[in-house]
Design a protein around this ligand. Structure first.
Ligand code: WT7
Length: 654
């Protein structure tokens, strides 16, 4: 049965309540029951608890300016994110503590102490400066999970140049679109990397992207990952040579205003092209530091492993900025979870004595399918806390994780947030709250979130509604900070919500229970969440529509037992084209335009798409067909005869 349907019922009914283990509570960073109340009564000053954990070059004057937009967090404050992640730990007795532990794809590993990381980041910052990078210039980073990626991020942060990390698996077109959109003139990439034993030529993709760009790239830095000394052209520089040329260099961290941009990251929305979400320096860093402390319970002496890719926001916030701001050891894993064996993840936790493990429900369902014999081969007793993020977790997977990985002695935090929120906003506080498998929890202390109906009124317990954030939060993106009023920056797409005079609409639906716990029910826009990654159906549709022989295409989410949701494409062919041939071309087209991760799980060929009388494709109907659900009212349909054909075509696919 598809995982997200599996126990939707159980997720919504009053399920089990599990108290956090006493042994955990006793040592938790946050364990006072009063924390919610204190944050509520002291709001917004409560967020000083986060802000005051940062080192400011110039102290901020106010936690949040005034009651009206534009909202500025930590107004008047100046700070440098790299300083907060590195320099300040050197003096705190942590200079020889491991900051970054890298486990490579070929079984190699590398550790950087805080001092070593500081040195390399400084050398690379000096190199970037010499290449011409100035404050506020956007530097694009297109690298897999190698240490040079966080090093380059921190080097950019040091000189006040926002980074734009592009997921290494994205195609040349996707990279070009992002560089064009941000006007980025600097690129850091690598020659290639290994994927399932075979080299992927990353630099070829970067070269193709540069050809497609509408502007010149001033400098491209190439990290040698394959060890094959790729020949370099004009304006291309070897990372290794640059470091050698700047050996021992130190660069003063550039103080940034609290609301100066730290980075931007592209994410899919309802429009055809991904949009850049810009995050601030002070608010964002305070938010991810605080949630790493309060929710992930990270301590400086810990080894923390977040298994996300740095190409997504999760990696930015909970591999790089949050853990390093706390001075902990953060792990970076380049490989696959089943290579060389299916016990790889548990072997890494065992060998590195990992304290906190943060992963996605998709991964947990995969581990569950492989079986508990793999974790049983290892000593996982170093683990203290487990986390999940990216999509709803079904109670069965939750309980498996709790039992077989956490030995029923580690709390599980199911953290709901988005690229736009910068950091976690809904979750349990593990030292305070009871857990309910399948339900994320309440809005975190200091966060205003509600589930409302189409008129903006809170829904009754058990009913579904729209998840909205009703107060500004420190990690909110720059678009909202800059907007004259919030409302303009993020006008809810449900017209009735226009009356809600202050809310950020998340595009997720949820239900709330009697205790105020949120159960997430999925997106309400045209975004699908595949294995915790966001894709706009429009992006995939336009890639398919470009294939010769395709007359029309519609993309929706469908069931997938591991990924939660899969990509289902319904395709009408033009006369004279064979379906088998088209299927290959469709996959290739998506791989070229976006990347392999967006290739459909099912392609359903159909003579026609269901359309309303006004000619709009009925995507909801296509979703129901993919799920084998009751189809409900079809009176709006112009061509109801197509439905039967669709149903049998989907059956043929499954
Ligand atoms: C979308 C945001 C947040 C980092 C990873 C994804 C879904 C995220 C949960 C969760 C249910 C979740 C939502 C959200 N989502 N976490 N714990 N339970 N759904 O970031 O790519 O911006 O995607 O992921 O649908 O809107 P993103």
């Amino acid at each position: 049965m598809p995982a997200d349907d599996e126990d939707m019922e159980t997720r919504l009914s009053a399920g089990e309540v599990i108290e956090p283990p006493t042994s955990f509570v006793e040592q938790a960073n946050v364990s006072q029951q009063t924390v919610y109340e204190e944050f509520a009564t002291e709001w917004p000053e409560c967020w000083a608890r986060a802000g005051d954990r940062l080192d400011w070059e110039t102290e901020y004057e106010r936690v949040l300016n005034g009651g009206d937009p534009p909202y500025r967090w930590f107004e008047g404050g100046r700070l440098n994110a790299c300083y907060n992640c590195l320099d300040r730990h050197l003096g705190a007795g942590r200079k020889n503590k491991v900051a970054l532990k890298w486990e490579g794809r070929l079984g190699e590993s590398r550790s950087y102490t805080y001092l070593e990381l500081y040195r390399e980041v400084n050398e690379f910052a000096a190199a970037l400066r010499e290449l011409g990078v100035e404050e506020d210039d956007v530097v694009t980073l297109y690298m897999p999970m190698i240490p040079e990626l966080p090093i380059a991020m921190l080097a950019c942060a040091r000189i006040g140049a926002p980074h734009s990390v592009v997921f290494a698996g994205f195609a040349a077109d996707a990279l070009a679109m992002r560089m064009d959109s941000s006007g980025s003139q600097y690129l850091v990439t690598c020659d290639g990397y290994y994927r399932r034993g075979a080299p992927v030529h990353q630099k070829n993709k970067a070269d193709n992207a540069r050809i497609k760009l509408n502007h010149d790239v001033d400098a491209t830095v190439v990290v040698d990952r394959l060890g094959d000394d790729t020949p370099l052209d004009a304006n291309e520089y070897s990372y290794r040579d640059l470091l050698a040329a700047h050996r021992g260099a130190e660069v003063d961290p550039v103080p940034r205003d609290a609301d100066d941009m730290l980075f931007l990251i592209y994410t899919s929305g309802t429009t055809g092209e991904p949009t850049g979400v810009r995050h601030t320096t002070g608010g964002y860093l305070a938010h991810v530091l605080w949630t790493s402390h309060a929710v992930l319970d990270i301590k400086p002496e810990d080894t923390h492993w977040c298994s996300a890719d740095i190409g997504w926001i999760t990696g930015h916030s909970y591999i790089v900025y949050g853990p390093l701001a706390l001075g902990t050891t953060t792990m970076l894993y380049e490989g696959a979870p089943d290579h060389p064996e299916k016990d790889r993840v548990w072997e890494l936790i065992d060998r590195n004595a990992v304290d906190v493990f943060y992963t996605a429900p998709t991964a947990i369902r995969t581990f569950m399918k492989w079986g508990e014999e793999y974790p049983q081969q290892h000593d996982l007793s170093s683990l203290r806390l487990l986390g999940t993020v990216g999509e709803p977790i079904n109670p069965r997977a939750w309980k498996w994780y709790y039992k077989h990985i956490g030995n029923e002695s580690c709390p599980v935090v199911d953290t709901w947030w988005q690229t736009e929120t910068g950091g976690m906003v809904v979750s349990t506080v593990p030292g305070v709250d009871a857990m309910k498998p399948g339900s994320a929890g309440r809005p975190l202390p200091g966060i205003g979130a509600e589930v409302v109906d189409g008129q903006g009124n809170p829904v009754e317990p058990g009913e579904a509604g729209y998840l909205v954030l009703t107060k500004p939060w420190p990690g909110m993106p720059l678009a909202m900070v800059e907007a004259e009023d919030w409302f303009d920056s993020r006008r809810p797409s449900r017209p009735a919500l226009d009356d809600f005079d202050w809310a950020y609409f998340s595009e997720d639906s949820a239900a709330v229970d009697e205790d105020g716990y949120f159960t997430l029910l999925g997106r309400v826009d045209d975004v699908i969440n595949v294995a915790g990654h966001r894709f706009g159906t429009m992006e995939i549709e336009s890639a398919i529509a470009n294939v010769e022989g395709v007359a029309e295409a519609a993309v929706v989410s469908g069931p997938h037992d591991l990924k939660g949701q899969g990509v289902y494409a319904y395709v009408c062919t033009a006369d004279g084209y064979s379906e088998a041939e088209l299927r290959d071309h469709i996959d290739d087209a998506i791989e070229t335009a976006i990347g392999r991760i967006a290739v459909p799980d099912a392609v359903v060929f159909t003579p026609d798409l269901p359309k309303t009388r006004s000619g709009k494709i009925m995507r909801r109907l296509l979703e129901s067909v993919a799920r084998g659900e009751e189809l409900g009212d079809m009176s709006a349909l112009r061509n109801p005869e197509v439905v039967g054909e669709l149903e049998s075509a989907v059956e043929g696919e499954n």
